[in-house]
Design a protein around this ligand. Structure first.
Ligand code: FAD
Length: 392
């Protein structure tokens, strides 16, 4: 007779930031949980590795700005529990032409939501940040609470917290089969498990797990070049010089945002990246073919030359990371359309790190059949018209 498999309240697939925060909320609510990760931790193959991410309330959409209010307190709580700094306030400077519609919308959202910010004319910008060079007509919007999250420390803090709370983390175990039902059965490269509910937070691998379950999502997986640029005078764009995080919106020759973080993680190097990349399968991210198109790096070089004159205009270091984009750039936070004890958190479209405390809470609530704390309309699978019943 087959041995009785242990029954978990929930199994979470994927120990990126979204899976870790989901498992943390489940474990905090005394659920018996198992977090499965295909690679040995820590690893750099998904979307959550590296030392830094931007945190901000500045969004065009009210719903993200509202979610960020709770995220800031949950980041502070995790910092407190872990006894380590995870957030450094630097301010977030949005740069764009005065008439840029996105800039105007963000400013309106910040005002409506009561978030502290300052509108800076080009003269004020020059005085405050003399090592940013502006194009004619560019202005700034400074969101005071913007800053840096220490990403790798946050992941470690969460994984430690999950274990302390009694949760189980198995790394080096890839999920190879999911059998829907109550309980749902999960087979990995080494063992089989069962759970009352399953949460899939598999980043760029999401559709590999969903395809056999008949719910392929319109996700685009992109390889992102994470570029670091050398300061001509070491420290001139550093946190200690009160240089802020920044985002350039609607800049000429750059159809997507350009963003940067003050130098800190590699002394003398500043991270400046393009919010887009090239299509890539996560299994082949570093194959030579993936390097043929470096249009993004050319765009960044032009931006650095024009706007950040005290940086060398060629990247000194390039690392890689994956985005998993949805067509509208909003997340997927929903139940599987056919199996309601399978919950999906995916499509974080290059902006999910800062929001992971609330994402994890929502995925926990969905998996436990609780009423979600937020309106999930923007995040539903049913917003993709191509996902008709034929896919199920
Ligand atoms: C260069 C870069 C810069 C970014 N900057 C910002 C920023 O400034 N601010 C911000 O808010 N966000 C930012 N983001 C976005 C943010 O980092 C991502 O939205 C977030 O990390 C997504 O996390 P995830 O858990 O969904 O995915 P991942 O981190 O990819 O985690 C998924 C995990 O699932 C595992 N997995 C997959 N399949 C299986 C399987 N079959 N079995 C077991 N495990 C499996 C994977 O190995 C992986 O560990 C950035 C992203 C990148 C790449």
């Amino acid at each position: 007779m087959a041995a009785q498999r242990e029954l978990y309240d929930a199994i979470v697939i994927g120990a990126g930031i979204q899976g870790c925060f989901t498992a943390y909320h489940l474990a905090k609510h005394s659920k018996k949980i198992l977090l499965l990760e295909q690679f040995f931790l820590p690893h750099s193959r998904g979307s959550s590795h590296g030392q830094s991410r931007i945190i901000r309330r500045a969004y065009p959409e009210d719903f993200y700005t509202q979610m960020m209010a709770e995220c800031y307190s949950m980041w502070a709580q995790l910092e407190h529990e872990a006894g380590t700094q995870l957030y450094r306030q630097t301010g977030l400077l949005l740069l764009g032409m005065k008439e840029n519609p996105e800039l105007k919308t963000i400013q309106a959202t910040l005002s409506r939501q009561g978030v502290e910010h300052q509108c800076l004319s080009s003269e004020e910008l020059k005085q405050r940040f003399p090592n940013i060079r502006l194009a004619r007509g560019e202005v700034g919007l400074l969101e005071v609470s913007g800053g840096v999250l220490y990403a790798d420390k946050a992941l470690r803090a969460l994984q430690d917290a999950i274990r302390k709370l009694g949760g189980i983390v198995h790394d080096g175990e890839k999920v190879v089969e999911i059998k829907p039902g109550l309980p749902v059965a999960v087979k990995t490269t080494s063992r089989s498990y069962q759970a009352k509910s399953l949460i899939i937070t598999a980043g760029p691998w999401t559709n590999r797990l969903l395809r056999p379950l008949g719910a392929e999502l319109p996700l685009q997986t992109l390889r992102i070049n994470v570029c670091y640029w050398q300061e001509k005078v070491a420290g001139s764009y550093s946190v200690s010089q009160a240089f802020p995080c920044f985002m350039g919106l609607g800049l000429s020759l750059a159809p997507h945002h350009i963003y940067g973080l003050p130098s800190r993680e590699y002394p003398g190097l500043m991270k400046v990246c393009y919010h887009h990349g090239n299509n890539a399968d996560p299994e082949e991210r570093d194959c030579p073919a993936a390097f043929s198109d470096i249009q993004d790096v050319h765009i960044l070089s032009g931006f650095v030359r024009d706007h950040l004159p005290d940086l060398q205009p060629e990247p000194a270091v390039m690392e890689h990371c994956m985005y998993t984009n949805t067509p509208d750039g909003h997340f997927v936070l929903d139940r599987h359309p056919k199996y309601d004890n399978i919950v999906i958190g995916a499509g974080f479209s290059g902006h999910g790190f800062k929001l992971s405390p609330v994402v994890g809470k929502i995925l926990y609530e969905l998996s436990m059949k609780l009423t979600p704390s937020y309106d999930l309309t923007p995040f539903r699978i049913s917003r993709f018209p191509s996902l008709g019943k034929a896919h199920l």
